[in-house]
Design a protein around this ligand. Structure first.
Ligand SMILES: [Zn+2]
Length: 588
């Protein structure tokens, strides 16, 4: 039994107590190689951020801090990571900290404005939008101010903004919708949402939320969790005095709770609420491991948890700033990660509502699918998708009734390099099959997806990234379900309703999510997996003995044995009066 890592609390008790001078200015000599490591890790953090991976970006910043402990850019990038994680209060503290460390004032002020927007503080955001510079130029600031004014219900002069900026089209669309002119808005929104998105990420950055209650939309596809296992970090880093608390309900037998920092015992507590106030300024800035142990009255261990934390107190003084071309390149990348984006999510949402109202069901579905694949909690998108799809509820398929002697051959894990030969083999045999595709691969090989559809085969989903659906977050579960639906719908024009969970891992939570949307889970009654790495003959013998009318046969898209066995399997089926059909045909 473990003490829950989530029980691990940190409060920003007192900035003032983050005592200056309590720890030594421990940065080593700023050697050229330390600098290049530092720059590399920060560039990596910004790169990870563009994929929405805040957790890894946070770890990369922590890695950079090991090379330069008190240089402004790491603090600036850390603030941006927190902003993108939608941790607006922590991000605001971090921008202030970056400012104290000498980060560029224009970026700090711009970041503070976005933090204020994230907290719905429009007046505060306007006040922060003053600092001009090489990046946050006058016209950039004017545009963001116009956005804030629109949210406040004012009518800013949009004519003076650069018309070629797609964000300006969105501002105009919002103004048109508010004025009741949906027709004018649609054209502007279509420009913003033109073409399929390059990935499942509709928005990559802090995006305009177009809602006074949610002025910006920051989506972390991999949010900073702060406590899952040992590679993770607390969102903001610890500052000053923090309160560590053990959740004793996870280890009821614990009589004593022992707190360690880097293997050094910092306190023992034997009374509720089993917490300890620890001054993080007593250790150097950087990564430390906090461990909490519960022991019973005789000193026997009954529970233990540990977590890496980033301690980030004010440095005694800013270190020598990184300068020159590497610093400028990083600042450009930081600005790119920070700059307020238009929102494709919002454009898709408004266009979907419009399409649904006009009876364009598939168009509306595709736009909702894209949002569900990216931001499953966006406004009322779940409800709207259910209404427009009218998919109702679907029961799990293990096999068909067999009434018409049909057998469903199914191929998982494509499309990939083996898809072409598999399609050729099926064509040669004149057989139809069902392909369970992985969304990310479908996006990489749209031409193969089109070929499968053109061959008369059925296309179904096998998650976005082939992760197990039983150990992902609720949001990621929906993303895994809808990523391939959106990708396949974009390519073939039809949304697949059938899906197979990777590895067959499926639990009641995943079942409920699928049922909520009317998706149909497809399992199998014959599993060729154990034979696909062996001899062709053995696989043929297995299917000949196992497959009967109504069977769903699981095979994989990339196995040479499967390719070799396919003609024999199909001729054996036909010799027994069975017909290879798609899963949908089998369900009828
Ligand atoms: Zn699979």
């Amino acid at each position: 039994m473990l003490l829950s890592p989530k029980s691990f609390l940190c409060f920003w008790l007192a900035f003032a107590i983050a005592a200056l001078g309590l720890f030594a200015p421990a940065f080593a000599a700023n050697t050229p190689s330390a600098d290049s490591e530092y720059v590399g890790r920060l560039a990596e953090a910004l790169q990870l951020l563009s994929a929405g991976d805040c957790q890894s970006a946070s770890n990369a910043v922590a890695g950079a801090l090991e090379h330069r402990r008190n240089e402004r850019l790491a603090y600036l990038v850390r603030a941006i990571v927190l902003l993108r994680n939608a941790s607006y209060t922590e991000a605001s503290h971090a921008f202030a900290e970056a400012g104290r460390m000498g980060a560029e004032a224009e970026l700090v002020a711009y970041g503070q404005a976005l933090c204020a927007l994230g907290q719905g503080k429009l007046a505060q955001a306007e006040a922060a939008l003053k600092q001009q510079g090489a990046r946050a130029t006058a016209s950039e600031l004017r545009l963001v101010r116009a956005y804030v004014a629109l949210l406040r219900g004012d009518k800013p002069d949009l004519g003076s903004l650069p018309a070629e900026d797609p964000r300006v089209s969105l501002l105009r669309a919002y103004a048109s919708l508010n004025a009741g002119d949906a027709g004018a808005a649609v054209g502007l929104l279509e420009t913003a949402a033109e073409g399929p998105p390059p990935s499942h990420l509709l928005d990559q950055g802090a995006a305009m939320g177009f809602h006074p209650g949610a002025p910006i939309l920051c989506t972390a596809v991999t949010p900073i969790t702060g406590g899952e296992g040992s590679g993770s970090l607390s969102p903001a880093g610890f500052l000053g005095k923090v309160r560590l608390r053990a959740d004793r309900t996870k280890a009821p037998g614990a009589a004593y709770v022992l707190f360690y920092v880097d293997s050094r015992l910092v306190g023992i507590v034997n009374t509720p609420p089993y917490e300890l106030v620890w001054d993080s300024a007593t250790v150097a800035n950087g990564i430390h491991t906090v461990r909490i142990r519960g022991e019973d009255a005789s000193g026997v261990l009954v529970g233990e948890t540990s977590q890496q934390v980033l301690v980030a107190n004010s440095a005694p003084e800013p270190g020598p700033p990184l300068a020159g071309a590497p610093a400028e390149t990083l600042l450009d990348a930081a600005w790119d990660a920070l700059r307020l984006r238009g929102s494709r999510t919002w454009a898709e949402y408004e266009l979907a509502k419009q399409a649904a109202g006009e009876g364009s069901r598939l168009d509306a579905m595709l736009r909702y699918e894209r949002i569900l694949a990216f931001q499953p909690r966006y406004r009322d998108v779940r409800q709207r998708f259910r209404e427009v799809s009218r998919w109702g509820s679907g029961e799990t398929v293990w096999r068909g009734s067999g009434a018409d002697r049909g057998v469903a051959l199914t191929f998982d894990d494509g499309p990939n390099g083996g898809t072409g030969s598999l399609l050729d083999a099926l064509k040669e045999c004149g057989a139809s099959a069902t392909f369970f595709l992985v969304g990310s691969q479908a996006r990489r090989h749209p031409e193969l997806v089109s070929r499968i559809a053109a061959g008369g085969h059925e296309i179904a989903c096998h998650s976005e990234s082939h992760r197990s659906l039983t150990d992902v977050s609720e949001d990621d579960l929906i993303r895994e379900l809808f990523g391939p639906i959106a990708a396949i719908h974009e390519i073939t024009g039809a949304p697949p309703r059938l899906f197979r969970p990777p590895g067959g891992h499926f639990d009641s939570r995943a079942g409920k999510a699928a049922a909520d949307f009317g998706l149909v889970p497809v399992m199998w009654s014959a599993h060729c997996g154990p034979y696909e790495g062996g001899a062709v003959r053995t696989m043929e013998e297995y299917t000949a003995s196992k497959v009967t009318a109504g069977s769903v046969v699981l095979m994989h898209n990339c196995e040479p044995t499967t390719l070799g066995a396919l003609p024999g399997i199909i001729s054996n089926l036909r010799a027994r009066g069975l017909r290879p059909v798609t899963v949908s045909a089998l369900r009828k």
